[in-house]
Structure formats: structure tokens, C-alpha cells
Write a protein that binds this ligand. Sequence first.
Ligand SMILES: Nc1nc2c(ncn2[C@@H]2O[C@H](COP(=O)(O)OP(=O)(O)O)[C@@H](O)[C@H]2O)c(=O)[nH]1
Ligand SMILES: [Mg+2]
Length: 280
Amino acid sequence: MTKTLTPRRPRGVASIIRAASFLSGDTMRFIYFVGTAGSGKSSLIYAFQEWLTLQGLDSVIINLDPGVEHMPYQPDIDIRDWVRVDDVMEEYGLGPNGAQIVAADMMAVNAKDLAESVEKFRTNYVLVDTPGQIELFAFRQSSQVIMEELGREDSCLVFLADPNLCKTPSGFVSSIMLAATVHFRFNVPFFTVLSKSDLLKEEDLEAITGWSDSPDALYDALTGKIDSRAVLSIELFKALESIGAYRKVIPASATEPSGLEDIYDMVQESFEGGEDLADD
Ligand SMILES: Nc1nc2c(ncn2[C@@H]2O[C@H](COP(=O)(O)OP(=O)(O)O)[C@@H](O)[C@H]2O)c(=O)[nH]1
Ligand SMILES: [Mg+2]
């Protein structure tokens, strides 16, 4: 199941042109996109790469989903070159759920090869697409091994909050809790993106960004209706606020596209302590 590897596909012309913008001595930054199944990780990565390219910034994409069948982009590095869920099902006689877990764990074995493949690229940003199901990335040890191998100190995490879940105050709190759990697991700079924001009605988008901008607004929304769930939400919200997990969400859409510059600014700020596009 394991093998040593060179990237399966040669890089395209566009990618080579993008690489021209890479300055020797620059650090590679790893941006992990994490979120529940269907939250829009792969689509946002693709839109973000397109946006980076328009700014003259080079990037490569790593696919870390061993079970994915369709992706909107062509990954530069693909975990499926080492581990595939289909192969694991066949080889170990497992069903799809068991095979996904085994495949996720097997990724750790290939972490060194993966890192060597990445080192062959001279690039500014490495966009890391994670498995569809968030638990396979957030709660398995292999993702820690991979992040360590690629370079934890140059990594940040973009958490995609599902717009449907965020529409109600208690759903918003649930989403922040999930984000906080993922942050707690990885302990690297962390941002929350409200993905597929084009699907939200204007008033829903305003309400959600209002809750994320102001704890008072969220508190008011939660106290509007007092039942046992609201009381629990308020207590959880207070805890999230006091540990610093409560923070601004960035609305973004891969289809519009929108919010990509905001994501870049946040990421850049965490890496550099400031924005660099303003200097161009
Ligand atoms: N309207 C809208 N749909 C989106 C957006 N991003 C992704 N989708 C759709 O949501 C579904 C899941 O997206 P995908 O990127 O595969 O999610 P992933 O499982 O988190 O990688 C697909 O049908 C996408 O076309 C977006 O920004 N707006
Ligand atoms: Mg995906």
C-alpha cells in the first residue's frame, strides 16, 4: 500500500508561470482548509488559488482526502497516489466507513514521502484540502503527524462554518464550538470562514456577521427565547468567549467569488504580522 513517490502529474505551464513569483528564501506557508462534509473546502481552495494567481502569488494544492472521487481542481500533490479508500476496502475487506478510518490512519505512514514531494515545489502557499468528513482530519493522529512533517510553525487553519447551521443563534454557537474543538486539537493560527455566503439571504448574513462582530448581539439573540437549549447556548457562549474561541467570521463564497482577499489578509497577518499586498 505504501510507495515512494514523485508527483504523479508534471506541473502545467500556468503553475510554472506562477512559480516565477516565488522568491528564493521565501518560506512555504501551509493553509489547511477544514470543515464538515460539503462545507465547501475543495471549492474554496480552488477559488482561493485562482485569486492568488491573479495577485501574482504562486501556490500548490495538496489533496489529503484518500476517498475523494471528484475535485474541482487538479491537485499538485495527491494523497491518493499513496492511499486510496477503494484499495483499502478491497485489500482489507472493509466497508466504506471502516476503510475511510484505516485510510486516514495510513496517511501517517506516508507523511515523510508527502513532505519530500512538497519540498520539490518552490512556492509561497501550499493549500491543503482535508478529508470530506471533518473527524477524519480533526480527530485522527495522522493529521498531526502530517502537519508536523510539513512544518507546524508555518501552518494555519481555515475552518469553514456551514451557512445553514449558522443561521440560528444556537446553531452559530454550535459552529463556534466545533471550530474551537478543531483549534484546540491543532494549536496553530486559526480563522473561521462563513462559507457559501452567497446562499444566505441578506438579513441572515447581516445577523450572523452581527453576532460574530459583537458578543452583545449574540447574547441578545440567544436570550430572545428562554428555554433549556437557550440557557445551555448562553453558558457555552460565555465559556467560548472567555477562552478566546469567540471571534469574527469571514463570509466567503467560492461561486461568487467573494471574501477571498479577506481570507488572504487574515492568513497573511498571522504569518507576517501584517498585510503585504498594500505594498504592491
Ligand atoms: N452556492 C455555493 N455552493 C458551493 C460553494 N462552495 C461549494 N459549493 C457546493 O457545495 C458542494 C460541496 O462543495 P465541496 O467543495 O465539494 O465541499 P467539501 O466536501 O467541503 O470539499 C458542491 O456541490 C459545491 O458545488 C459556494 O461558495 N456557493
Ligand atoms: Mg472536498
